[in-house]
Design a protein around this ligand. Structure first.
Ligand SMILES: [Fe+2]
Length: 355
């Protein structure tokens, strides 16, 4: 499916000899004898739009949610995903719609089963922390995610030019710490999810100017806590990223938000001062921490949480005891490819990406 014609071998003075209009398209007879057929759908779309055909569709299919999502979160069974492509279609489509899903009845005696589940979507992305992870709290990893403290809502890997597309957690076990007294328990550690696109809609409505500032001021992000590793995006990125020429929440496609990984707010921005950025960021932070936006879910063995890291922020409450968690990252592009190819016929998929 690659272009096998050298576009630049076509004479620059080539002209259409005749154009035959048909009910469902048009045929062009060129001066060099070549004949091209264009169907009406193609002509209509590209004479009216400069965007991909699935862009509006993807925005329209989104279901924005707040705290109420905890009552009846989207779920799917492990078996259907492992055994059928329609299960994968449903899993990926729910991720496109909701931004998260819980995969139930996943075996938790062996973390490899979770790895196999994630690989039904696409291969697991390696980072400086490794690939598929299976860990208990360990400060040696030099990241707050590996402690037992509460974590406010954030997105992961803000420091990559291409942040991880999907993130996942499977709580394999949660037990009292070894040597803990009989009164000590394994408790806490509820998972927090926030629909960042819903939060962005609220910000845009309440404070349009703050929304604009967070979408315009480029920010530094970095990962520098591990010896020999300093990762930072190739260019600075704002908190709210939009498609070209779009400025409203409908054009929003990615959120970067992790105050722990954020660099210094630059003074070299002539339109907005750091003070204005912090004012906007404070309002955004207030929305992310509001009760109607926070969705709290208790993870348990057997229930794998998978979410869209470009849209859904995650966090957790503090916990006691020892938690063993496994999971992994999946690239955005590979996830979307799987979604397209399991949910639409081949010709439709090609229309989405080629023309
Ligand atoms: Fe995280």
């Amino acid at each position: 499916m690659q272009r096998n014609l050298d576009t630049f071998a076509i004479p620059v003075d080539i002209r259409p000899n005749t154009i035959v209009q048909e009910d469902d398209g048009a045929t062009v007879h060129w001066s060099d004898g070549h004949r091209s057929r264009y169907d009406m759908e193609f002509l209509t779309h590209y004479t009216n739009h400069n965007v991909r055909r699935d862009e509006d569709y993807v925005v329209k299919m989104r279901h924005l949610w707040g705290s109420e999502a905890a009552t009846n979160p989207p779920t799917i069974s492990y078996e259907s995903v492992m055994k059928t492509d329609s299960g994968v279609a449903s899993l990926t489509n729910t991720l496109m719609k909701w931004g998260f899903i819980l995969v139930e009845n996943t075996p938790y005696d062996d973390p490899d089963k979770t790895r196999q589940l994630l690989e039904r979507i696409a291969f697991i992305r390696h980072t400086h922390y490794g690939g598929f992870y299976d860990f208990v709290p360990d400060l040696a990893m030099a990241d707050t995610a590996y402690t037992n403290v509460a974590l406010p809502a954030h997105t992961d890997t803000t420091y990559f030019t291409d942040p991880a597309g999907l993130q996942s957690f499977h709580l394999l076990s949660h037990q009292p710490a070894p040597g803990a007294g009989s009164g000590e328990t394994a408790s806490g550690g509820k998972s927090l999810l926030v629909d960042g696109f819903f939060a962005a809609h609220i910000l845009a409505k309440r404070h349009p100017e703050y929304y604009h500032i967070l979408s315009k001021v480029p920010i530094r992000w970095h990962a520098s806590g591990n010896p020999g590793i300093t990762i930072t995006p190739e260019i600075l990125f704002p908190v709210l990223e939009h498609r070209p020429n779009r400025t409203r929440p409908r054009g929003l496609f990615r959120i970067r938000w992790n105050n722990a990984d954020r660099g210094v707010v630059s003074f070299i921005n002539h339109k907005y001062s750091p003070a204005q950025w912090y004012e906007a960021a404070r309002a955004w932070n207030d929305i992310l921490k509001s009760e109607d936006v926070e969705c709290w879910i208790q993870l348990e063995p057997g229930k794998v949480l998978i979410f869209d890291n470009w849209r859904v922020l995650h966090g957790r409450s503090a916990f006691s005891g020892v938690r063993r968690i496994c999971g992994g990252y999946i690239n955005r592009d590979d996830f979307i490819s799987r979604w397209r190819n399991t949910n639409f016929p081949r010709q439709h998929v090609l229309n989405m990406v080629v023309g």
